[in-house]
Write a protein that binds this ligand. Sequence first.
Ligand code: C2E
Ligand code: MG
Ligand code: MG
Ligand code: MG
Length: 282
Amino acid sequence: SAKEKGRNHYEFFTEEMAVVAESRAELESELRLALEKGQFQLFYQPKRVMDSGRITGMEALLRWQHPTKGLISPDRFIPVAEETGLILPIGEWVLQTACAQTKSWQSMGMEHLRVAINVSARQLQEPNILDRVSRILQETGLAPDRLELEITESLLMRDVNHSIKVLHGFKSLGISIAVDDFGTGYSSLSYLKRLPIDVLKIDQSFVRDISSDPEDRAIIQAIISLAHALNLVAVAEGVETEEQEAFLLREDCQVMQGYLLGRPVPAEQFEALIAARAAGAP
Ligand code: C2E
Ligand code: MG
Ligand code: MG
Ligand code: MG
């Protein structure tokens, strides 16, 4: 930024920057409207436990069904939602919707399903985050042990002492914690010991090149060993090929998620998928 460059440097507000700024402000007001008009939608992506072959849960992934621009992926609007604080009401909607949906699937006979929900930095910093989450569990009737919160490694490390406090709060409610995108942040191993976590999600960047990159294979092996040594569940994300799956199975990774098993899909489609599986389809 201009500040970092020191006061002897000038930075000009270029036309290009103006365009970006304008579309940002536009994006912010559109995001506000999206919430009011119900343009957000959750997709669900299955996770499978390899030894049973069962779909034991799913990750809820946010989508924005924009009236003219179509389906917008979270990477394109979550950063702005975080900056503006809009992630708080949006995140609340996500928690509420995913917990209610999971409870309703359980009532249809899929009691074992556990839902994983992504939580952002701004949400963790909310002083009353524990009350909010526990109220949503009460209102939807979802048992706390059916909820897993996914928090990125870099976010957890940003303010470790605060993270430890909030995570202990979640744990005492009975909620599980997964470290998302593991291996891309800067965890000190001693922090891993202090954080009350249950799951390490191996970042998909390591999974992608399993067949061609021996270093990625070594990193995955190390993460899986670490998870087992600390009594954590290792989950691989971004599993797209049978070759990747076979390697992960050989290394004793218990849970997998990725396009090979299923892409994120709207609730009705996810329901059809698990119903078909329950009926014995492969
Ligand atoms: P994430 O939590 O790491 O989610 C995994 C991302 O990988 C998802 O992208 C998913 O669609 C994608 N993915 C899953 N399997 C595969 C695969 O086999 N191959 C490839 N190439 N990709 C795969 P998506 O849905 O675009 O979400 C991107 C990120 O946005 C998420 O990364 C998460 O950090 C964030 N996000 C999504 N929903 C929410 C939400 O409700 N709240 C917050 N705070 N963040 C969210
Ligand atoms: Mg995630
Ligand atoms: Mg991830
Ligand atoms: Mg990610």
